[in-house]
Write a protein that binds this ligand. Structure first.
Ligand code: DAH
Length: 341
């Protein structure tokens, strides 16, 4: 009997030595220690075949074997589990000093950067945003802006018509009428948006963006306009930049002006950018025409106002030195990734 016990112990040790996995070890443990089917439990059952006086000694050595096996398997289990944990930890180890993998990160389009910058500047002066529709009535885009059907100024903008009365707006100035019709002065709005013209070359695109400004109140003068534009020019193009107003013509303003900024590249001395003039044209503006105020039910003897409109792409091209307007619409990441806030 004792031989049998010794053999079983050796057998367990040999089997355990070949095992490297805690789950397999558990199976082996069951094979010997399971209360019903385990081989050690089976030994106990052999007791029946022994003479009664041999039974206590036999019971004792089987119990010893059982105690030994319990301790043995507990130790084996701990050994394998700690080896397995060490292996898992080694596999999952991360080097926190390693450089992170680069992620391609999107950025705002130059048009958006400029529009946001303008909104921030003018919002700081108390302007609020109004966005009009891109498909407009002939009335809002032209007639109410003092440009009736036979007016020669209509030729200034080649228009895409959707129907005889509907068109793709050629200017955000259309929004001025919508605001003035519905708002009692004081009015101070900024109106950004897409506009459309049948026009296509290096500096013109059939679709582009404008930013319109409109101020109407008692006692508004051209000086107020220039003061605000000075603020705009300094913020967008740099501290030393000045503005200059030149007489011009727009049907919806009287007087009308073209606004130049002193060349931010050469400081006004003359260079390629300003074509040796020292000045760069950036926008159109003027005092709101009396007729336009009247068209909107605002008394021009009580209220005056100024308006201005600028091309966002033009500002972006000037500020970032972009030579061709198409570069702003081609979505070429090599170009667009160069512009940051
Ligand atoms: N709407 C004009 C254009 O698209 C720009 C403009 C000029 C807007 C004078 C104005 C303005 O509000 O007063 O060419």
């Amino acid at each position: 009997m004792e031989e049998q016990i010794k053999a079983m112990r050796a057998e367990i040790e040999a089997a355990a030595a070949a095992i490297t996995d805690s789950k397999e070890m558990y199976q082996l443990r069951k094979q010997y220690l399971d209360n019903k089917t385990g081989q050690i439990s089976a030994l106990m059952k052999n007791m029946r075949d022994l003479a009664p006086e041999e039974r206590p000694a036999f019971g004792k050595i089987v119990n010893e074997l059982k105690t030994w096996a319990l301790d043995f398997f507990t130790a084996q289990d701990a050994r394998l589990k700690s080896a397995e944990l060490a292996k898992k930890n080694a596999a999952e180890q991360i080097d926190v000093t390693m450089p992170a993998s680069a992620h391609a990160c999107g950025a705002l389009h130059p048009n958006t950067l400029i529009a946001n910058e303008l909104i921030e500047i003018f919002a700081g002066m108390g302007f609020t945003i109004f966005e009009g529709p891109e498909i407009e009535n002939d009335y809002y885009n032209f007639t109410a802006l003092n440009t009736p059907k036979d007016h020669p100024a209509r030729d200034m903008q080649d228009t895409f018509y959707v129907s005889p009365e509907l068109l793709l707006r050629t200017q955000t100035s259309a929004g001025q009428i919508r605001v003035m019709e519905n708002t009692k002065p004081p009015i101070k709005i900024l109106s950004p948006g897409k506009v459309f013209r049948s026009d296509d070359d290096a500096t013109h695109s059939p679709m582009f963006s404008q930013m319109e400004g409109l101020v109407v109140d008692k006692g508004i003068t051209l000086c107020d306009l220039q003061g605000m534009l000075d603020e705009f020019a300094r913020n967008v193009f740099g501290e030393g930049v000045r503005t200059r107003l030149r007489p011009s013509y727009f049907p919806f303003t009287e007087p009308s002006v073209e606004v130049d900024v002193s060349c931010f590249e050469c400081g006004g001395k003359g260079c390629r950018l300003c074509k040796d003039t020292g000045w760069i044209e950036v926008l159109g503006a003027g005092m709101v025409n009396r007729k336009v105020l009247e068209n909107c039910g605002i008394d021009p003897d009580v209220y005056t106002g100024f308006a201005f409109g600028m091309g966002i792409e033009r500002i972006a091209m000037l500020k970032y030195g972009i030579p061709n307007i198409k570069m702003l619409f081609e979505s070429d990441v090599r170009v667009l990734s160069q512009f940051h806030e």
